[in-house]
Design a protein around this ligand. Structure first.
Ligand code: FAD
Length: 318
């Protein structure tokens, strides 16, 4: 059976959820072979084996921590050479997309980004993408070289599937470009205790309708009642009401949760670009003509200052 490389996104050996989702998709295409790099790479093996990885190729070197993405591209290129995979799957994070693009150029392959589904095809994997505010979905296939595909978080379920997960050392020789850009400092963001925006199963976002930073705790309280992440429209971010790290949209983050709740957000195309692939969309807006209502599964026409606290209270009571 063909092997499919899965790039492992992990923090000191703790595998992040989007990688486990990739393993589910990889099993549709062949046998998943995971590539884990950096400190804690070997510690990922048990989790990866529980989710279907037949082999785990690991490499650790200071280059992975000290420099930006090129050392990781070098490692994935070495893995491609060693495995001759049917495809390479990478999570659609900012870093993942940069790695994928550079890898595709290196190995002379085509690239598909932000897939929301994958299926096996006679001539290679077929990727589904969403376009024009989810008005269309497209299916495409890489026609040259080994397909390199990035997949949006929350596009597939995490499924347990016991496999051998045999750990093998991956030999990597770093290119000259690998040490071109050095990391000079890392600053950990203060934890809010909420899930990471791009990985969260539920996102509650607030927009200009929230009308001030002092009112965002209303959005946070609803998010906390649901165990959700908090997002914001650019209007709310530009006004200084919420940090840019939480902006959803074309110039913010792209999210694809099971449930997206938009409160006081009109639904501009640039906002939709970051949330249109959410599975279920709920909007709370006092304007029945707001464009967001064209996109939603459930719409509440009402004042968010009444609806959001009621919703929070109802959910908390359950
Ligand atoms: P508005 O469009 O002002 O909508 C506010 C909504 O709140 C209205 O529909 C109103 O009816 C409703 N409302 C008001 N009060 C209440 C209330 N009490 N209860 C309920 N509803 C209420 N935007 C993004 O979000 N993300 C991006 O990444 C992004 N990138 C951009 C990139 C470019 C190049 C450009 C040009 C624009 C970008 N924008 C982005 C901006 C985008 O075009 C919109 O301006 C922005 O999304 C509007 O934010 P909003 O919906 O919060 O505000």
């Amino acid at each position: 059976m063909a092997e499919v490389l899965v790039y492992v996104d992990h923090v000191d050996g703790a595998v992040r959820k989007p990688t486990l989702e990739l393993l589910t998709l990889a099993r549709r295409l062949g046998e998943p072979v995971a590539v884990a790099l950096g400190a804690g790479a070997e510690a990922t093996a048990a989790t990866l084996a529980e989710h279907g990885a037949t082999r785990v190729l690991t490499a650790d070197a200071s280059e992975f921590a000290d420099y930006l993405v090129v050392p990781k591209v070098d490692a994935l290129q070495a893995a491609c050479k060693a495995v001759s995979p049917a495809a390479v799957l990478i999570p659609s994070s900012a870093e993942g997309k940069e790695i994928a693009a550079r890898l595709a150029v290196r190995i002379g392959s085509g690239l598909i980004t932000d897939a929301i589904d994958l299926e096996a095809g006679d001539e290679g994997p077929i990727a589904t993408q969403s376009a024009f505010a989810a008005a269309f979905t497209t299916k495409s296939r890489v026609t040259r070289g080994t397909p390199v595909i990035t997949v949006k978080p929350n596009s597939a379920p995490v499924e347990a599937a016991a496999a051998a997960g045999v750990v093998e050392a991956l030999a990597v020789s770093f290119s000259e470009a690998a040490t071109g850009t050095k990391v000079t400092a890392r600053t950990a963001r203060e934890s809010t205790g909420r899930p990471e925006l791009t990985e969260a199963a539920i996102v509650v976002s607030g927009g200009r309708g929230v009308n001030g930073a002092e009112n965002f705790p209303l959005i946070e309280a609803l998010a906390d009642s649901l165990g959700a992440a908090v997002g914001a429209s650019r209007a709310a971010v530009d006004a200084g009401w919420y940090p840019h790290t939480n902006q959803v949209g074309q110039t913010g983050k792209s999210v694809s949760p099971q449930l997206y709740i938009a409160a006081g957000i009109s639904g501009a195309i640039q906002h939709r670009a970051g949330m249109q692939t959410s599975k279920t969309i709920v909007a709370i807006n006092k304007d029945p003509e707001a464009p967001i209502f064209d996109l939603v599964d459930y719409g509440v026409v009402g004042d968010l200052f009444q609806v959001v606290p009621q919703l929070t209270e109802e959910i908390t009571a359950r």
